[in-house]
Design a protein around this ligand. Structure first.
Ligand SMILES: [Zn+2]
Length: 471
């Protein structure tokens, strides 16, 4: 039985076993590359997914892709000019969506064969690990959701042409706005003001935009038309209420994940919108939030010069590093509990890289494990404990997602007959260098062989060549 901390109740609670678990993760805004702090929260969501599977639950995992908001529109206009259209916006966001998917695959969250990107009218395929839903693919469902909120009296169209969610009306029926932040969140705050931008601070508690009226100066030609709502586009928060509903076919969400920075306003507003339509307690049972990642002891920001995306990480000058570096990042993240702030430094990544190589060497010696038994994860995903208590091969398989079986494949050994002429001649040259005790040359030749995709080992019977480790 998995026990998890629930941000809403502020308690560690059991996740009940049932037919399946609806698992939702707030996805990226695809206007830029994901930074490593974002990746940490997706790796933690993946650790949760893997632990659920390991414990015999059947998770259905859905993630939204924010491809329409203030930032994506701005990006599309910068690229395509002030006549930019919805098609231009799609082209602009597609690039960053593709990059995001590559990043997720690099850190073993989801491989390219194991996800579905929902297309309108298509059935959701839960034989895949993860289903992505783009907001611009569910505009009609979003409009319907907003109209229902208007019909029930929780939303209203204002003078500026935008449609807002009424916190005052919501409070009359539910009296729990902001409960995710804290019990007394709303106390002493004035309600009734309005905010049109997607991101805002706690002090500015306001009715937020569900449908933002089109403004040619800031939106170019990016808008959708609707008989009740008028020309415009969705505000940021409504999308996740809509996509939870579509993804789980109207069933409540069992676990909803995201970074702590999403607790307010995003998740707070999701709860209000969804409960307004489905009733109290019928939206999300369990809120899972991972903490911030600091870089060099500070909050990551472009102006502070400590903003890293995956491709910025400095390569470590070490043996077959290209493949291992994203895994080293994943391993580094798992060495801290998800509810603790972690401080990233280049030094900590280097140490994690070396630690990972050590695990791989030990796992080679252990051989394949027939029955994976993990300690630590069931207790609120205690990954540091799992790393200290389990065997190297178990850590690699269950936490990092590296298949130990594929690493110790005996087929990697290559006989002399199968070697190409290049490698045969390098091997021969190296034999000569070794006999002459020219170790510098022998090392250089080893490196050349490695660059061709092979490893050379010195054994009592002479040099043996293996295919380089592929994981
Ligand atoms: Zn969300």
């Amino acid at each position: 039985m998995l026990k998890l901390y629930n941000t809403l109740s502020r308690k560690i609670e059991e996740v009940p076993q049932k037919d399946h678990i609806n698992l939702y993760t707030c996805g990226p805004t695809v206007y830029n590359y994901a930074h490593i702090g974002n990746l940490r929260s997706y790796i933690m969501a993946d650790l949760l997914y893997r632990t659920l599977k390991y414990d015999g639950y059947k998770p259905k995992w859905v993630m939204n892709i924010t491809d329409i908001d203030d930032k994506t529109i701005k990006g599309a206009i910068t690229k395509f000019g002030n006549k930019a259209t919805v098609e231009n916006l799609r082209e602009f966001t597609q690039f960053y969506l593709d990059e995001f998917l590559k990043d997720l695959s690099e850190v073993n969250v989801v491989s390219s064969e194991d996800y579905q990107i929902y297309q309108p009218g298509q059935a959701l395929d839960f034989s895949k690990k993860l289903i992505f839903i783009r907001v611009t693919d569910v505009i009609k469902e979003t409009q319907d959701f907003i109209v229902e909120l208007i019909n029930k009296g929780y939303a209203y169209k204002a003078d500026d042409g935008s449609t807002y969610f009424s916190i005052e009306k919501y409070q009359k029926g539910f009296d729990d706005y902001g409960a995710l932040v804290g019990e007394k969140f709303i106390e002493g705050k004035k309600v009734g003001a309005r905010v049109a931008v997607d991101e805002y601070e706690k002090d500015n508690l306001s009715d937020f935009a569900l449908w933002k009226a089109w403004d040619e100066a800031s939106d170019a030609q990016i808008f959708w038309d609707h008989s009740t709502l008028g020309k415009g586009r969705p505000g940021w928060h409504i999308e996740c209420s809509v996509i939870n509903k579509i993804g789980f076919n109207g069933e409540p969400t069992d676990i909803h994940t995201g970074g702590v920075d999403l607790i307010f306003p995003h998740h707070t507003n999701e709860i209000a919108q969804s409960q307004a339509l489905f009733g109290k307690g019928n939206f999300v049972h369990h809120w899972f939030h991972s903490e911030h990642l600091l870089v060099d002891g500070k909050k990551m920001s472009k102006s502070a010069g400590n903003f890293y995306v995956l491709k910025d990480l400095k390569p470590i000058n070490s043996y077959h590093l290209d493949k291992y570096q994203p895994y080293a990042l994943r391993y580094l993240f798992l060495q801290a509990h998800y509810r603790v702030q972690q401080n990233f430094t280049q030094k900590s990544l280097d140490a994690s890289h070396n630690g990972l190589l050590g695990l791989i060497v030990s796992a080679h010696k252990d051989g394949v494990i027939s029955d994976l038994r993990l300690v630590g994860l069931d207790n609120d995903l205690n990954s540091p404990l799992a790393i200290s208590e389990n065997k190297p091969s178990e850590i690699l398989e269950a936490l990092i997602g590296i298949s130990v079986k594929s690493m110790i494949d005996p087929n990697r050994l290559v006989s002399d007959d199968e070697l190409s002429a290049d490698i045969k001649s390098l091997k021969k040259e190296r034999e000569t260098a070794k006999n002459q005790k020219d170790f510098k040359k022998s090392d250089e030749l080893r490196k050349q062989i490695e660059d061709l995709g092979y490893e050379v080992m010195d054994t009592p019977e002479g040099q043996k060549v293996k295919k380089k480790l592929q994981i």
